[in-house]
Structures are given as structure tokens and as C-alpha cells.
Design a protein around this ligand. Structure first.
Ligand SMILES: Cc1cc2nc3c(=O)[nH]c(=O)nc-3n(C[C@H](O)[C@H](O)[C@H](O)COP(=O)(O)OP(=O)(O)OC[C@H]3O[C@@H](n4cnc5c(N)ncnc54)[C@H](O)[C@@H]3O)c2cc1C
Length: 384
């Protein structure tokens, strides 16, 4: 049976978040960008609304919701405040990783605080010399007594300036390549951890930056999953985050289209509303169509994940085209709103800057095309 409808509960959740986004997020979206702050109180508010704990089991303070429901949160929060969707995506990804692979003590320590929004946790893979080629990281973690000693530099990390802890990937066996990588939960206040922020083009409230690890002694219990298997175990989580990122971007782009449709119905040129000119309506239709197609591919991917079916190539296609089509739609909306949209009085210029960030973060277009090629052409023809 093919069924594209959401459940009554999912529809209710969407309606609640849509109203929240419109009333409480949208009016302040540009404020956090201008002030350069991470609005921690809004992460807590998302905790109260049950958004942070969607992929965390009820026994650890979450709701254990399915992936499709998590996608609804990504899309609707994206309409109100694109940067706050990092909470949806990071908490879903990290909630799943800790639930599936961490010890019971780590679950009890971190999951309820992530679900409530009291703690912000980031994920750190990228390094100055290893981005797309994530297996090429150089950070090391050597077992010494009851601790692992971490040394290295992580770069480009979301919430570097605001995070209370990070899931850090490091080589535990330098002879094993990708298989020699392990994941650790590293609290920011451990001696030897230093975080610095970047002056980014967009996503300002996310506080992206570098994390320096200088002889950081991490308790061995903080290892997530098996030693040397961290990469393989945790990579599956990115099939979820990529689908959510697609919906975050699409949410921001749909909001821009809605605002632009209202504008072109009212604004006149040559004695008629802009909307009557096909030079105006067709671009809107083109972007609407692109966004709808990505949106449904994203929900399909989430549905496949909920049913335990393969969805890596679907996820990669959404991560590739979601930010791209959204960025193109927002750009066009900016142009259709004329010169005022080029000012900081309107949110469009910020949405454009914000969405472009996720054309890179969590894998570029090429990185995702490699995933699809591996699947449809074959592993034996991959270049890496
Ligand atoms: C907004 C944002 C948020 C981020 N958040 C995080 C985070 O929370 N945690 C984290 O670990 N990282 C994060 N990153 C880093 C991000 O994951 C990396 O920037 C990304 O994986 C690309 O790596 P790179 O920048 O080193 O580029 P490179 O790997 O150097 O790639 C440069 C260019 O070359 C292309 N390229 C590379 N290899 C190939 C190839 N084989 N074939 C064709 N083209 C290729 C790439 O597609 C890209 O266009 C974030 C980045 C941004 C912008």
C-alpha cells in the first residue's frame, strides 16, 4: 500500500510547531544573527516542546518519536529560525548515537540533559587537512591506564563556541585507516580542550569554530561504541542528519516563497500586480516544484529509515539538492522583493547566507554524489 499521509498526531505536531515558529521564532530570527549570540533559552524552549528529544527514548527524557516526525520538526522550525534547526538535527543525530552505542552511564548522564535543552552537544569530525576525506583525520587517542589521551585539532565545528561537550572522532590505531577511528564524548571543561569561534558568512548563532585538544585525558568509559569501529558505527547517523538538513533548508525556502507570493500579489508595476507577469510567477512555480520534490524525497528517506530499509542514496540526494534548491529559491525571492530585500531590514539576505552553509556542512554536493555513485554504479568504481 502506498500512503503519503501523515498521522493525526504528526499533523497536530506540525500545526503546533508552525504556530510556534510564526509567533515566537520568525519575529526574532534576525536578532541572534545581529547580536552574534546562540539563543540557549530557545534550545531549552525546544526541549519543553519535545523537539530535542524526538530520537531519545522516553526512559531517558525523550519521546522516542519516529524519523518522519523528526523531519516535520526540521521543516517547521526551519520556517521560523533556520539556525535553531541545528538543535533538531544535532540532537537527533547525537541522541541516536548515544542511545545506540554509548554505555548506560553515559546515556543517563547526557540524554536527559540533551532532551531538555540544558546541554548543547556538537559532533567533531572535520580537521584542517581532512573534510570530505573524513577517514584521513589526524587527531589521535591513545589508551593510557584508565584514560584515552587526545591530541589534535577539529575545525569547522558547529556549536564550537556554545557546546558543553562534543562527540570527537580520533584515530585509536594509526595502522588501520578508517577502521582505526573511535568516537568519544568529550566535555568541554576537561583540561586541554580549547574552543575558538569563526567569523562566518552565515549561521552566526551556531558559533562554528575550532576545537584544540592538547593532551586531553578522557575517561575510558567515554568511548562510544567499540574501539576502532567508531567510524563505521556512527556514519549511519549521517543518513538521518542529511535528510533532516534537506527539510531544514526546504522549510526556510518555503517560508521565503510564501512571503514572496504575498509580496507579488500586492506590489504593482505598469499598473498591475507583479503576480500577473509570467516572468514573475514561473520562477516561483519552478522553485516551488523543486522544493516539493526534495521534500517528498526527504520524507520517503525518513520513512525508509523508520522501516529499517536502505536509504543512503536517498539521503545523499536530499542533502545534495535540498540546500542547493533552497538557496536558489531564496536568492530568487530576494530578487523578486526588489531592493528592500537587499537590506538587513528583511530576513531574506540572512536566510540566503544561512542556507548556503549547509551546502558544505555535513558533506558537499560532490561528497553526496559519491555516495549515490557507489550505490548505483558500484563500489568497485569508487575513487577513494
Ligand atoms: C555551516 C557548516 C557547519 C559545519 N558543521 C560541522 C560539524 O558540526 N562537525 C564537523 O565535523 N564538520 C562540520 N563542518 C565541516 C564540513 O563537514 C566540511 O567543511 C565538509 O565536509 C567539506 O570539507 P572541507 O571543507 O575540508 O572541504 P574539502 O574536503 O577540502 O573539499 C573542497 C572541495 O572539493 C570537493 N571535493 C573534495 N574531494 C572531492 C572528490 N574526491 N571529488 C570531487 N570533489 C571533491 C568538495 O566537494 C569541495 O567542493 C561544517 C561546515 C559548515 C560550512
Amino acid at each position: 500500500m502506498l500512503n503519503f499521509s501523515f498521522t493525526e498526531e504528526q499533523d497536530y505536531f506540525r500545526k503546533m510547531l508552525k504556530e510556534f515558529a510564526k509567533e515566537e521564532l520568525l519575529p526574532q530570527y534576525t536578532k541572534w544573527d545581529r547580536e552574534g549570540v546562540t539563543p540557549r533559552h530557545l534550545w531549552k524552549k525546544l526541549g519543553e516542546l519535545g523537539v530535542n528529544g524526538l530520537r531519545i527514548p522516553a526512559e531517558f527524557g525523550g519521546s522516542g518519536a519516529d524519523c518522519v516526525t523528526t523531519g516535520i520538526a526540521a521543516e517547521e522550525i526551519g520556517r521560523g529560525d533556520f539556525n535553531l534547526t541545528y538543535a533538531v538535527m544535532l540532537n537527533a543525530l547525537i541522541g541516536e548515537i548515544i542511545t545506540k552505542h554509548a554505555t548506560e552511564e553515559l546515556r543517563q548522564e547526557w540524554l536527559p540533559r540533551i532532551a531538555s535543552g540544558e546541554r548543547i552537544v556538537g559532533i567533531a569530525i572535520t580537521e584542517p587537512s581532512a573534510g570530505t576525506d573524513a577517514g584521513g583525520i589526524k587527531t589521535t587517542a591513545f589508551h593510557k591506564g584508565s584514560v584515552y589521551v587526545l591530541n589534535g585539532e577539529k575545525s569547522g565545528i558547529s556549536v564550537a563556541t556554545a557546546g558543553d561537550a562534543f562527540i570527537i572522532f580520533a584515530k585509536t590505531d594509526t595502522n588501520l585507516g578508517n577502521r582505526g577511528i573511535s568516537a568519544f564524548i568529550v566535555p568541554r571543561d576537561l583540561p586541554g580542550v580549547e574552543c575558538t569561534g569563526y567569523e562566518d558568512m552565515g549561521n552566526i548563532p551556531i558559533g562554528r569554530g575550532s576545537i584544540y585538544l592538547n593532551d586531553v585525558e578522557v575517561p575510558e568509559e567515554n568511548l562510544i561504541g567499540l574501539e576502532n569501529q567508531g567510524f563505521a558505527q556512527v556514519m549511519n547517523g549521517f543518513d538521518l542528519s542529511r535528510l533532516l538538513i534537506g527539510l531544514q533548508c526546504v522549510g526556510a525556502a518555503f517560508q521565503s516563497l510564501d512571503e514572496t507570493i504575498e509580496h507579488v500579489k500586492v506590489r504593482q508595476s505598469f499598473g498591475k500586480p507583479l503576480a500577473v507577469y509570467q516572468g514573475v510567477s514561473f520562477p516561483i512555480v519552478t522553485h516551488y516544484t523543486h522544493l516539493e520534490m526534495v521534500k517528498w524525497q526527504a520524507y520517503r528517506g525518513l520513512w525508509l529509515r523508520d522501516h529499517g530499509l536502505q536509504h543512503s542514496k536517498e539521503s545523499a540526494s536530499v542533502k545534495w539538492l535540498g540546500p542547493k534548491y533552497s538557496q536558489e529559491a531564496i536568492h530568487e525571492c530576494l530578487l523578486l522583493n526588489g531592493h528592500y530585500a537587499y537590506t538587513k531590514e528583511m530576513p531574506l539576505e540572512q536566510r540566503l547566507r544561512d542556507v548556503i552553509g549547509l551546502e558544505i556542512g555535513d558533506g558537499t554536493a560532490q561528497a553526496n554524489q559519491m555516495v549515490i555513485a557507489k550505490d548505483i554504479i558500484g563500489k568497485e568504481f569508487r575513487s577513494y
